[in-house]
Design a protein around this ligand. Sequence first.
Ligand SMILES: Nc1nc2c(ncn2[C@@H]2O[C@H](COP(=O)(O)OP(=O)(O)OP(=O)(O)O)[C@@H](O)[C@H]2O)c(=O)[nH]1
Ligand SMILES: [Mg+2]
Length: 369
Amino acid sequence: MCFFLRSCFDTCRPFAALSPGRLCTYVSSRPPSPAPGRAIFSAPCSPQRRDAATKRRVRRRGRGRNPLRRRPPGPRPRPIQFQTVARAPSALRRSVSSWLPRRWEKRRGEDERMAEEFVRVATEVTNVTTARSIGLAELVLLLLVIVCCAYAITKALLLGQKKRSLLLIVGPASSGKTTLFKQLQYGEAPSSTVTSVVPNEEDCRVRQGEGDQGQTVRVVDYPGHVKLRSGCDAYLQRAKKIVFVTDSLVYNDSDSVREAAGFLFSVLANPGVLRHRVPVFIACNKSDRMNAFSVEFVKRRLEKEIDVLLSTVGGLSDTKGGGDDLVNITSVGLGEPFKLANCLSKVSSGAMSALKGNLKTLKPYLTAA
Ligand SMILES: Nc1nc2c(ncn2[C@@H]2O[C@H](COP(=O)(O)OP(=O)(O)OP(=O)(O)O)[C@@H](O)[C@H]2O)c(=O)[nH]1
Ligand SMILES: [Mg+2]
């Protein structure tokens, strides 16, 4: 009996030291133990007691190591219990367990509800934010791509238009290019000219008739000398239209025909001309002279010479290292006879006299869109 009372007293001592106001925080993160009669309490140490203990400890250290003042042997006094597991007697158990678990349950319920609500709201917010941010990022990316594409296309179109705005006059030497250029520039041509060594470039007003306002065309007259031909490529890149001037008096001379045919082929096979299908007009000049060959004859001779040229280069392509860069400038196969009508770039032709100002066949080509 005595032992029972003693154990009850020992067990209840922590509760006696704790007022209901100090029975406070449930320390564990786990839910409270459902075992009846078992409770976990936490009693915080008061700041005054903690200060007093600290002062005592400091005072003791200040005195130094005095053997007489040494703590008697034996177990150290236990510090204040901050967490005690108590087995309460029935009366106290009833009173404590009546309100404490209810409060815990209430708080736990509130906490759980709040936690669930928080998780739900956080999940929703995260989902919405993620969805919105993904949608927004995609939209921004799409807009960026559209803007870039529009910019590139516009720039390419504008540059292409700006680049290809020239009317380029090319052809063998002394065929009458500068005479034609002057005719377009001033409406009349000088009776004599000198061999050009630099290109002439000017805005010319091309009129169809007397009362016609006409339209301004940027015209370039490129020298026909063989040694200057390499520089022609830069102008071919900018050409919107090409006038290939050929002297129709020389078509009884094989070398002149071969040279003219070779030059015409190099123009038609130019990558820039081929890619943009730049139209070419073969102007058979000096038609005012009686001994001038007809346009049909000039065309036939040119086609024949180009055909010979292609077959020669094609034959070379069978040999090692020859004719690898042979370009098909027609819409038919390389084996077929060459025809100007089959060229990928539109080829037209007409007789004219630059000296006399007879440009009837040329002007529709110049003013066409
Ligand atoms: N009869 C006649 N002669 C012309 C005609 N056009 C040009 N000529 C003459 O042909 C010669 C050469 O004319 P150019 O205009 O200098 O020839 P080009 O093609 O500019 O020659 P390069 O500058 O060397 O490439 C000149 O004596 C011109 O008078 C024409 O329509 N009829
Ligand atoms: Mg000239």
